[in-house]
Design a protein around this ligand. Structure first.
Ligand SMILES: [Zn+2]
Length: 73
C-alpha cells in the first residue's frame, strides 16, 4: 500500500498514513480525530520538478531567460 501525506484542516497536524488508493481519503487526524483532512502532494513531486528542463533557456544558462540568446519565458 502507498503512503500518503495529510494535513488536518482543524488543528493543522501533518501526518502520513498507509492507505489503499480506494481508501486514501478515508482517514482521520491522529491528534483530534477529525475526518476533515486534506491530502497533500507526495514528496516525489519536488524531485520531478527539479529534474525538468522544459522551461530552461536553450543555452542552458537560466530557467527564466538569459542575456546571451535573448530567450524569455
Ligand atoms: Zn486534527
Amino acid at each position: 500500500m502507498p503512503w500518503y501525506d495529510y494535513t488536518c484542516e482543524v488543528c493543522a497536524e501533518a501526518f502520513e498514513a498507509e492507505r489503499t488508493v480506494a481508501k486514501r481519503d478515508d482517514v482521520r487526524c491522529p491528534r483530534c480525530s477529525e475526518s476533515r483532512v486534506r491530502r497533500t502532494l507526495p514528496r516525489v513531486h519536488a524531485i520531478l520538478r527539479s529534474g525538468s528542463s522544459e522551461t530552461a533557456c536553450p543555452c542552458g544558462e537560466s530557467d527564466s531567460g538569459c542575456g546571451c540568446c535573448g530567450s524569455r519565458n
